[in-house]
Write a protein of this length. Sequence first.
Length: 261
Amino acid sequence: MKKAVFFDIDGTLWDEKMQVPESTAEAIRRLRENGNYAFICSGRSRAAIKAKELLEDIGFDGILGGCGTYVEYMGEAVYERKLSQEELNELFACFRKSGSPVVLEGRDYLYADMSDFGNNIYIQNLSKALGKGFQPLKDHMDNYHANKMTVYFSGKGREEMERELSPKYELIFHTPHVIEVIPKGFSKASGIQWICDYLHIDHENTYAFGDSVNDLEMLAYVRYGIAMGNGTQEAKNAADYVTKAIWDDGIMEGLKHFSLI
């Protein structure tokens, strides 16, 4: 019976400089050679998952992007949940009140206005990395293709914001000022459930590697949740096993621990 392993990207497959340890690439290649599935499972939308280091140098059977709002298998999109224009208008209005800039994240593009982010290094690097895949927000009004939103929250009116949005959206606070906004009911775990139903993968044969707050549901949902040694304490608490850190061959060690390679 095929086993399925789901990998977060940031802090799991690669580090803050987007560098992938060679042991990680080798381990995942061996995992697939042994007849198992390997999936990217990321909070990043599909537009932000373009790196040759992941898609070509390693190779995966599929991509679960945007916290479960987009599912791709063997290069084909098999499921997608888009934010409607009505939902986007509601979100824009809410965060405009607090003066919080946003990044819309979709299948083909990320949308943001650089002038809203000042000297934010992460946004600048993202824009450079994606090239034409990073589009001005103001140039595409009423014509977005987005699955989720990341907000650089000013902190103003947090209680009102949560009261207004939490009935319809999942709000993941990475910090008090960085929030992922996702349609209600969607998460990395929901994406895993969808692809497992689609491919008839038994829950007993599911594994996941993650390191941070948006991995918690994924780590708890799969049969065997594996936290990176460099991960947050919350991720380690949610996991069944804590492997070594990313540059200490953590992926290799974790896959060997569960006899997957």
